[in-house]
Design a protein. Structure first.
Length: 471
């Protein structure tokens, strides 16, 4: 992978990574903000529900108290306390409930027997345990109906004033769709009450809700029913998802009698998150285009000069020390190019100085060897000339003999000098070396002969009594 490709990949990954991180952070942050808003809205609705619940409980208790203090009930209580028959009062609950605007009403004797029931007339004579709460605040109670269903309502129990034995009034109002009808609920929010919690879950038991919608909250409702604590969760997916809180409503004995469900739509949050993702994708696309353009620009400013430097370094390694690169910028790459040119220039100068030094050293060594080689034949030449000068005083016959030997010696040494000079001349031309065959014994013989000519001449002269000539 080239430097240009690496830079393109690095820039593209950096841009996409930053955009992805920003998009993810924004999406998570939006989710947290909406969760806080949902929680605040849920708390507000629950608080408002609690205030309405308390107000409805107080109204119910007040209505039952006024009924217990009415003259009509006092007369009924007086009649029953004096042995009157309960049969005439079987249907008296209906007009009384209409007068005091109650949805549930039962008249109960001191021993708990029902003498009149609005919601279930046939319960005449049945026991009503709710009389134990006489005088207490309104409470939640599950009421069974003739059709086999049950409803949950707010009930209050009061004893009729002045009755002895007491006659009890158990009245209440339904906690259902009517209770929620006038409730101010924000758009996108559902406020539901699930009733009849004693049996298995049934989506039809949601007051005022579509059974298909209520079925989405089954898991949270059952969790709140079984644990008696608030249950929170998310139902659905995408724009149809809901943030749901299920709040159990308990009776006097702690039994869960109803579940209040507050469901906030998450559509706005999902749309905002989708919008953020769309923006992130768009920015990522623009970032990739920017990365391509930036990589091309950086390649023109950095990678190409570096490639030229690499090629120039290869040429220097190949031996071309005169290589130079063009300097186009004043940045760090330009400084690198200038440093490279200075380096090659210094290398070239150092090579010239090194070559010059080697040449001087070579010529010095050559001169030394040449002096040594010339010295060897010059010594016999000098001795031979001195012998010839001295032999001039000898008789002609001896002189001729010495002269002949000396001439041969001179000729041999002169040839040796010519050979040395020829070799030196050939060396100065730097010819290619040529291998030749030679007889080592003949070469040794010539050297020995050249060294012994003078000595043999002197020895012969000494044997004849003419030892005044010395080698």
């Amino acid at each position: 992978m080239t430097l240009r490709q690496k830079m393109l990949l690095m820039l593209a990954l950096t841009v996409m990574g930053v955009v992805a991180a920003v998009g993810w952070t924004g999406s998570v942050r939006v989710g947290h903000v909406f969760e806080v808003i949902d929680r605040q809205q849920t708390d507000m609705l629950v608080g408002q529900f609690q205030r309405e619940f308390n107000q409805r409980a107080a109204d119910t208790a007040e209505a039952v108290s006024r009924m217990a203090e009415s003259d009509a009930l006092r007369r009924i209580a007086f009649d029953l306390s004096n042995g009157g028959d309960t049969a005439p009062y079987l249907t008296v609950a209906l007009p009384l409930a209409q007068e005091y605007r109650l949805e549930y009403l039962e008249l109960v004797t001191h021993d708990g027997n029902i003498i009149s029931s609005l919601q279930w007339t046939a319960r005449f004579g049945y026991k009503e345990p709710a009389i134990a709460g006489a005088g207490k605040p309104a409470f939640l109670k599950q009421e069974d109906l003739p059709d086999g269903t049950s409803q949950v309502g707010l009930f209050a129990t009061r004893a009729v004033t002045g009755s002895d034995p007491p006659l009890y009034v158990v009245g209440g109002r339904q906690l259902g769709a009517g209770f929620l009808r006038d409730f101010p609920v924000p758009a996108g929010t559902q406020l539901l009450i699930y009733q009849n919690v004693s049996g298995p879950f049934d989506a039809h038991n949601f007051a005022g809700a579509d059974p298909g919608t209520g079925g989405n909250y089954q898991a949270l409702v059952e969790d709140a029913r079984s644990n008696g604590r608030n249950a929170e969760g998310i139902t659905g997916s995408g724009g149809d998802s809901m943030s749901v809180t299920a709040i159990p409503l308990k009776g006097t004995d702690g039994t869960v009698l109803a579940v209040l469900v507050v469901a906030n739509s998450r559509r706005s949050m999902v749309e905002v998150q989708r919008h953020i993702r769309d923006i992130a994708y768009g920015i990522a696309g623009l970032g990739i285009i920017f990365a391509v353009i930036a990589s091309l620009w950086i390649a023109a400013r950095i990678s190409r000069p570096i490639e030229e430097l690499a090629r120039a370094a290869g040429q220097v390694a190949a031996g071309n020390w005169e290589t130079r690169v063009d300097i186009r910028t004043l940045d760090e790459v330009g400084d690198l190019a200038r440093s490279f040119n200075n380096m090659t220039r210094q290398l070239s100068d150092q090579r010239e100085r090194l070559v010059q030094t080697e040449r001087v050293a070579a010529w010095r060594e050559l001169a030394r060897r040449l002096a040594h080689e010339l010295k060897n034949p010059l010594t016999p030449l000098q001795i031979t000339v001195e012998n010839m000068v001295r032999a001039k005083k000898l008789p002609k016959k001896q002189f001729d003999e010495v002269f002949s030997e000396s001439a041969a010696t001179l000729t041999a040494e002169i040839e040796n000098l010519k050979t040395i000079v020829g070799r030196f001349s050939d060396f100065s031309k730097l010819p290619k070396p040529q291998a030749v065959e030679m007889d080592a014994r003949e070469a040794v013989r010539r050297v020995v002969k050249a060294r012994s000519r003078c000595r043999s001449s002197v020895i012969r002269n000494c044997c004849t009594g003419r030892c005044r000539i010395w080698c």
